[in-house]
Design a binder for this molecule. Structure first.
Ligand code: GBH
Length: 453
């Protein structure tokens, strides 16, 4: 097993989780400022006001990335830093921050992979309905145009939106993430359709305004079924469930990915959700299916299923077994088969190259007496998942990149600063950065071209 020499080794983070400087230099508030500043929404009422203070410390952070030897860094832009009201007047200081950051990355020999929107919608747009307002497509298109005109001469790799199921499933249906809504399923499907149209407008804006060759995608995620055994029946049951519209929630992967890549909503979903569907026009589908260049997927864990008597997947409760190795978040059981099958099935169905835009492990890492952070469990996690990706490549999956989540510990949304995903430890009292053991392990792995020890 070996990784191709042109494989993109990377690490990722997102604006609201690391930047801080929430009201500095003209930045407008986003839904995550509102949500996290409301008592009772986030673990111990933490918020992203300061976070890792990356806004002021980005030079030091790029220095760490350079030391790590990553070829690419996945970052997101704060929409309300660039357009404080979401539309209209541009905040030059906000654009300049990203301009400088991107120049800094390029000088360090690191490709910037830019996500336009990673959950921090300008509050001014939420006040007009956010994704429930069909105008979101034009708002997003206009924002993408401004970004492309300013950065598109140097940025070649883009993702429009990060994880639609989290934005709408946790934010609009379950109400546990910003903006904390609990809408009906019909309203959620209408918002989902608007989100897909916004993605399409974003792709068009990037194509029209960037200079040079662009690689454009959208970062998806889901809940990954894992076949309980190697039997063809279990494998097919899990694959069918992965792409099936199985419940009235926002986690049906094919509901998002089929319209974009295949140009149509999946039949089983149209049937199952028929009482809740918004109006869907041919013009919408044409916009949504603007060609993309690669698949981006965030993958962490999964759940085991087996084929029932009728061949349909049955979920195995506690499929990983009591005591299976795990991270500190409830959903983070170590299950590298999830990434193996995601790679195989996605590239088979959508016939595009795939990049894992996120994968990572959270723990309660701290600095030891010797001044180091010994995170052997994270190294073990990475070893397992990268082995699984290597095996998927050997078995024919076209995987072209891997971004570890995250380059540094950061604001883990509703969990606050409790769970640490970084390969660099951040002391939130002093802002001192300490590379963890996993940082050096990943550095050496990249230097060896991905050869696992
Ligand atoms: C990502 O979301 C975010 O993009 C990032 O901002 C965040 O910090 C990071 O992950 C860590 O949470 O039911 O076992 O099949 C991850 C969202 C969480 C979605 C787990 C799928 C279900 C896994 N994912 N979830 S499972």
């Amino acid at each position: 097993m070996s990784f191709p020499s042109e494989f993109t080794w990377g690490a990722a983070a997102a604006a609201y989780q690391i930047e801080g400087a929430w009201n500095v230099d003209g930045r407008g508030p986003s839904v995550w400022d509102t949500f996290s500043q409301t008592a009772g929404k986030v673990f111990e009422n933490h918020n992203g006001n300061v976070a890792c203070d990356h806004y002021h410390r980005w030079r030091e952070d790029i220095g760490l990335m350079k030391q790590l030897g990553i070829k690419a860094y996945r970052l997101s832009l704060s929409w309300s830093r660039i357009l404080p009201q979401g539309t209209g007047e541009v905040n030059e200081a906000g654009l300049k921050f990203y301009d400088d950051l991107i120049n800094g990355l390029l000088e360090a020999g690191i490709q910037p992979w830019v996500t336009l929107f990673h959950w921090d919608l300008p509050q001014a747009l939420q006040d007009q309905g956010g994704f429930t307002n069909p105008a979101i497509a034009d708002w997003f298109g206009d924002y993408a145009t401004i970004v492309a005109k300013r950065l598109g001469d140097r940025v070649n790799h883009w993702m429009t939106i990060n994880e639609p199921p989290v934005i709408l499933g946790l934010g609009y249906q379950d109400g546990v993430f910003a903006p904390g809504l609990k809408l009906s399923y019909a309203e959620c499907l209408a918002a989902a359709h608007n989100l897909l149209r916004a993605h399409g407008k974003g792709v068009q804006a990037l194509r029209a305004n960037c200079v040079g060759p662009q690689q454009i995608s959208i970062a998806h995620t889901s809940r990954e079924p894992i076949p309980a055994s190697d039997s063809p029946a279990d494998i097919e049951a899990a694959r069918a469930r992965y792409f099936g519209c199985v419940a009235e929630n926002m986690w049906n992967l094919a509901w998002w990915a089929d319209p974009i890549v295949l140009g149509r909503y999946p039949e089983d979903g149209l049937e199952r959700f028929k009482e809740h569907l918004p109006t869907i026009t041919d013009a919408d589908m044409k916009l949504i299916s603007e060609p993309i260049d690669y698949l981006a997927y965030n993958c962490y864990s999964g759940y085991k299923v087996k084929a029932g008597a009728d061949g349909v997947a049955e979920v195995i409760t506690d499929g990983h077994g009591i005591g299976n190795p795990r991270g500190t978040l409830p959903w983070l059981s170590i299950a590298p088969e999830a990434i193996y099958w995601a790679a195989r099935w996605q590239t088979e169905r959508y016939k595009l190259p795939l990049v894992f835009s996120e994968n990572g492990f959270c723990n309660t890492d701290f600095v030891h007496r010797d001044g180091k952070v010994h995170d052997s469990q994270r190294i073990e996690f990475m070893h397992h998942y990268l082995t699984a990706i290597g095996k998927a490549i050997d078995d024919g999956a076209d995987v072209q990149g891997y971004f570890y989540w995250s380059i540094m510990d950061n604001f883990e949304w509703a969990e606050g600063y409790k769970d640490r995903f970084g390969i660099v430890h951040v002391d939130y009292q002093t802002q001192v950065r300490t590379p963890k053991d996993s940082f050096y392990w990943y550095r050496d792995l990249i230097a060896r071209g991905g050869q696992l020890d």
